[in-house]
Design a protein around this ligand. Structure first.
Ligand code: G6P
Length: 617
């Protein structure tokens, strides 16, 4: 949460910073701000605006904004309301230091009181202002330079941070530091300019040479000099430069009105990318290098524990069913936020699978750090290449669906399920727990998914019409069984996230133990009723809803006349192996949520209160 961009070099910083903020806006969009240092007259311009980056632009565009060094921020509020006053950048009282920050300083209240007692005054309610004042206080009292003072001040801080600091008295240097919040530094032309950001997306068009800071590191980015990285204990760190390339087309809407719609429609091609090079030998074999390399640990695993949050947690529930069925290894799926504080019984016979689109979710990161400490092998299923969770995993499989920008996750979910299905097949094959015929059949079915997805996506117009029926409702129920139960949870989450309708996902049979009390003619009920497994039982659950006048939308298998004759609306999905049904049944639910939100005039890509990358716990 919160996006940071910084630049020091020979170009005008402002356009780089604004473009970068737009790229990072998915991380938070309560307010935005920019600080520019013009070394020609040593003037500092700071502009801030409540709301989105476009609001900031409309203010700053018409005011002086020159300077080749600058920092900028888009905020997801933690301490203090999303006001202009609380927006970053924040300054030390004497105006020498300016900071932007992502994270939470947990002991900020104590530090603030200490600084107040020493005569410092505060203009905002933020923990960030406390931090910049603490650094200034350290400069004032120790006489050290700013870089050393940042290091000393951070030693007093409890919490998570990624910070970027500029110093009016040294107008060519940016100081960056991180602990538990991501930060990447791009090394630009001639190794003389630096781009600093929360992720690689604002940097990718200028350079592919990137340095990911690790926890407890401070970087001194001095224009015209080599990048210097130190630990909090002042030890010099050998800088590891990675070559990171991003497909810049993925960072644009590509003609769609929203990133979410683009990402929904990209799913067939994303899944082809995800399977490429992993389903080999003319579709006869699944090869995942992580599984080949860690064959013994995986075959002897006593248990797999999945840790994740949000949509990734729903993917984990599907992964559990696939891995248990095809590998006969017990799987537990834990919310990362609960796991990390539960003193979990875990050791070197366990495999911990961390699922994360962003690779930066603070709780998931902390969960794998704990699992590693206790000896478990950590397997990352991550989308963002080079992210913290990817780097902190022992091994893993990237989802490879390209950057996901819409806050509501869509293509990452189907990518995660595809990777988990490939993992189940590869491990099951090695263990001998899946038969040859089933193995080959499932691979063929996986390969057929993208084409079948295209068929589902072609029903967009029909789903838009159905969405009209939801727009004035206040609640909805999503019901499914077996492999479709996590899809019901995911469908309900999508509707909540972007349409602000209250929605509950439930196992269909469990409905009669409570939620049925809510069913009346005002209650839309979405049933996942594809043609296998517990189909007949789901039909009985439908009858129970119909008897209470509930309004049903059913997701069914192509050609299902039984359900069509029973309910108000149906959406058909092609026949597919039951284990892979979620890859198709989730699509209508993504589209439904999208169209309900659009018809309500809501901001689909940046829904209120949410953020794409949750880097605070
Ligand atoms: C946030 C996002 C969700 C996402 C969850 C987990 O809540 O809004 O879309 O599912 O974080 O994120 P991760 O990046 O770890 O998958």
């Amino acid at each position: 949460m919160c996006g940071i961009v910084g630049y020091t070099g020979y170009r005008e910083a402002y356009p780089i910073l604004i473009k970068g903020l737009h790229r990072l806006e998915y991380r938070g969009y309560d307010s935005a701000g920019v600080a520019l240092l013009d070394e020609s007259d040593n003037s500092l311009s700071i502009y801030k605006a409540k709301g989105k980056v476009s609001g900031l632009e409309s203010i700053a565009d018409s005011r002086p904004h020159s300077g080749c060094i600058g920092i900028a921020h888009t905020r997801w509020a933690t301490h203090g309301l999303p006001t202009e006053n609380n927006a970053h950048p924040h300054q030390s009282e004497n105006g020498r230091l300016t900071i932007v920050h992502n994270g939470i300083i947990e002991n900020y209240a104590v530090l603030r009181e200490q600084l107040k007692s020493k005569g410092y005054h505060f203009r905002s309610e933020t923990d960030t202002e406390v931090l910049v004042q603490l650094i200034q206080y350290t400069v004032d009292t120790t006489g050290e330079d700013v870089a050393t003072s940042v290091r000393l001040a951070l030693g007093k801080v409890i919490g998570a941070y990624a910070i970027v600091v500029i110093d009016r008295d040294n107008p060519d240097t940016i100081i960056a530091a991180r602990k538990s919040s991501p930060m990447v530094i791009g090394i630009g032309e001639g190794n003389c300019e630096f781009f600093i950001a929360s992720d690689a997306s604002p940097i990718a068009e200028y350079t592919t040479k990137m340095v990911y800071l690790s926890d407890g590191q401070i970087a001194l980015c001095r224009r015209g000099e080599e990048l210097q990285v130190l630990t909090l204990d002042n030890d010099l760190v050998k800088v590891k430069v990675r070559n990171v390339k991003l497909d810049l087309n993925m960072l644009d809407k590509g003609g769609y009105p929203h990133f979410m719609l683009k990402e929904i429609h990209e799913q067939p091609s994303c899944l082809r990318d995800c399977m490429r090079g992993r389903i080999v030998e003319d579709g006869k074999r699944v090869v995942l290098s992580a599984i080949t390399e860690h064959r013994e640990e995986l075959l002897n695993a006593r248990r797999i524990v999945v840790v994740s949050c949000g949509t990734s947690w729903h993917a984990g529930l599907i992964g559990k069913q696939l891995i248990e069925q095809y590998c006969r290894i017990p799987v537990e799926v834990a919310y990362a936020s609960e796991f990390r504080y539960s003193d979990p019984v875990i050791d070197d016979k366990d495999i911990v699978v961390a699922i994360s689109q962003s690779g930066e979710t603070a709780d998931t990161l902390a969960a794998i750090q704990l699992a590693s400490e206790r000896g478990a092998l950590v397997y990352g299923v991550v989308n963002a290449v080079g992210s913290s969770i990817a780097r902190n995993s022992d091994t893993g499989t990237y989802i490879h669906v390209g950057p996901e920008i819409g806050v509501a996750s869509t293509k990452a979910f189907t990518g995660q399920v595809t990777v988990l299905a490939m993992m189940a097949l590869a491990i099951g094959r090695e263990k001998g727990t899946i038969g040859d015929e089933e193995y080959e059949n499932l691979i063929a079915e996986l390969l057929s998914i993208p084409e079948k997805m295209e068929k589902v996506l072609s029903q967009d117009g029909r789903i838009r019409q159905i969405a009209e029926k939801f727009r004035d409702k206040h609640n909805a129920l999503y019901l499914g069984r077996g492999i479709n139960y996590p899809v019901a949870l995911e469908g309900a989450l999508k509707l909540k996230e972007i349409s602000y309708l209250h929605a509950e996902g439930y196992p269909a049979a469990e409905m009669k133990h409570g939620p049925i009390a809510l069913v009346d003619e005002e209650m839309p009920v979405v049933f996942l009723a594809t043609h296998y497994g517990l189909y007949e039982k789901v039909i009985s659950n439908m009858q129970e809803v119909i008897a209470r006048k509930g309004r049903i939308l059913a997701i069914v298998t192509e050609g299902d006349e039984t359900v069509r004759n029973m309910v108000e609306d149906v959406i058909e999905v092609p026949q597919v192996h039951s284990s892979l049904a979620p890859l198709l049944t989730v699509l209508p639910l993504q589209m439904l949520a999208y169209h309900v939100a659009v018809s309500k005039g809501l901001d689909v890509d940046q829904p209120r209160n949410l953020a794409k990358s949750v880097t605070v716990e």
